[in-house]
Design a binder for this molecule. Structure first.
Ligand SMILES: C[S@@+](CC[C@H](N)C(=O)[O-])C[C@H]1O[C@@H](n2cnc3c(N)ncnc32)[C@H](O)[C@@H]1O
Length: 232
């Protein structure tokens, strides 16, 4: 029969075996955090001090966010979660098509970003954008409440991607969409730091750990993939 310490060790090993490890390395990209997950380095979080960059006027020509929002085929009444919303640039664009019967949770881990969202909501009178504070492991959204969860230039910054996606999936309705918008790692001409880019193959590999079906990759944007999954 196993003694208590052996049982505890077994339980710990079983827990640790649940997801791929986070591996620390001294030798790493200066824009990364020195932690590797499933073969890639996790990027540093973009600080709120750089929020102006998210709202830059040239973003429309550089990234075509209007085309991105159109491709999502949003409908009135939908509940959207903009995970890692930053200053809410995309949240406010998505708030219009979902209308007053819908809502957009502008979720982030930086309270300073949410202050910007709150200020924009007051100034614009847009009432269906809800600033929402999460943690690095959990967006804390109501269970099975979200029709579409979108992460624009965010996933590669998660320092606990396994825990975060596990909890994000809990917030999705069955059949709800999970959409990653990531700068193309496959394209050396995309002028973004390497650890802030992701390939379709890498995102698909990482999502095999969750109860998700891969649907499609939409390639209409100048610099980013739109990678779509649905919750089983
Ligand atoms: C490059 S910004 C993108 C902001 C916004 N999606 C946009 O495209 O305008 C990345 C954002 O992700 C947020 N972030 C990083 N890790 C996060 C996590 N675990 N949960 C929620 N947000 C996170 C950061 O605080 C930052 O605001």
């Amino acid at each position: 029969m196993l003694k208590l310490p052996a049982l505890l060790l077994f339980a710990f090993a079983a827990q640790a075996a649940q997801h791929p490890p986070y591996i620390k390395r001294e030798d790493h990209d200066p824009d990364g955090i020195g932690v590797f997950y499933m073969g890639r380095e996790i990027a540093q979080v973009m600080g709120h001090e750089a929020a102006d960059w998210l709202d830059r006027p040239e973003r429309e020509t550089e990234e075509a966010p209007t085309m991105l929002v159109k491709s999502l085929k949003l409908k009135p009444g939908m509940a959207i979660a903009d995970i890692g919303a930053g200053s809410g640039y995309l949240s406010f664009m998505m708030a219009k098509p979902v209308g007053s019967t819908g809502k957009v949770y502008a979720e982030d881990i930086q309270p300073e970003m949410l202050d910007i969202v709150r200020k924009k909501a007051v100034e614009s009178g847009q009432k269906n954008v809800v600033p929402w504070l999460g943690t690095t492991t959990d967006p804390k959204l109501p269970a099975q409440s979200i029709d579409l969860m979108i992460l624009v230039d965010v996933y590669h910054e998660f320092d606990k991607p396994y825990e975060m996606v596990s909890n994000m999936v809990k917030g999705l309705k069955p059949g709800g969409r999970l959409v990653f918008v990531e700068y193309r790692k496959e394209d050396p001409n995309v002028p973004i730091k390497e650890v802030h880019k992701m390939s379709v193959a890498q995102v698909r590999k990482e999502m095999t750990l969750f109860p998700l079906d891969y649907k499609e990759t939409i390639e209409i944007l100048p610099r980013q993939h739109i990678i779509v999954f649905t919750r089983k």
